[in-house]
Design a protein around this ligand. Structure first.
Ligand code: MN
Length: 228
């Protein structure tokens, strides 16, 4: 069968030092994965299994592109996150084997329409509109694990207009990367091209047009995004 119209383009993410791009299949995100962030948004931290929501591949915003302030909100928050991208998939992946599925890592921002998310939570409605909107997932170039290794401790930080807003360590994640991949693979069939945002530390807050956001994870890279 021929497609009725040209199929949507595959989203390709730049890989540091490689000519080829990383083709994206799905984007998973973990909620409330740092105790101090869970507290700041009004939840008791716990060791419940990680929970997931999704963004769309074409919500990813590659480095160097500006973030257009979205419609239907007056309270967009930044959330800096440690991101893994998979080169191998599977179901029921053992935690001990999980990191061997990772192609590389990046720094990302999970932009959130916080006002819409609060209303959705209060009404028991889904988060899609609060999370999976256009350009809502800026991401740095990918660093292959073959070069970087698999970081389990590293400073993660975010500045707005040069002022530090978020400052933590990925070692503070409630669920580490291997456990997140293992849990996700029990719920979904993971596959090459999947991208996983792993949750944000405390210090989330609003951004406005004209802001410059710079964030990073030590040894992994930085990402600068202008809000327009
Ligand atoms: Mn998040």
């Amino acid at each position: 069968m021929q497609p009725l119209f040209p199929p949507p383009e595959t989203i390709l993410l730049p890989i540091e030092g490689e000519a080829a791009g990383f083709p994206v299949r799905r984007v998973y995100c973990v909620g409330r994965n740092y105790a101090d962030h869970a507290r700041e948004i009004g939840h008791e931290p716990n060791r419940d299994p990680p929970f997931f929501f999704q963004k769309n591949p074409d919500n990813l915003l590659t480095a160097g592109r500006a973030f257009p302030y979205p419609s239907q909100t007056n309270d967009v928050h930044h959330e800096v996150e440690f991101v893994a991208v998979l080169a191998k998939g599977g179901s029921d992946i053992a935690p001990e084997d999980a990191l061997s599925h990772v192609y590389g890592y990046a720094v990302g921002i999970d932009f959130t329409r916080r006002d819409m998310q609060a209303a959705a939570k209060a009404a028991g409605k889904p988060w899609s509109a609060a999370k999976a909107f256009e350009h809502s997932a800026p991401i740095s170039p990918i660093i292959p694990a073959a070069r970087l290794g698999h970081p389990s401790t590293a400073r993660i930080w975010l500045d707005v207009n040069g002022k530090r807003r978020q400052d933590a360590d990925i070692a503070d994640m409630t669920w580490g990367m291997a456990d997140i991949i293992a849990h996700a693979s029990r719920l979904f069939t993971l596959a090459p091209g999947d991208v996983i945002f792993t949750g944000t530390p405390a210090g989330v807050g609003p951004v406005k047009r004209g802001d410059t956001i710079t964030c990073g994870i030590d040894d992994l890279g930085t990402l600068t995004v202008s809000v327009v």
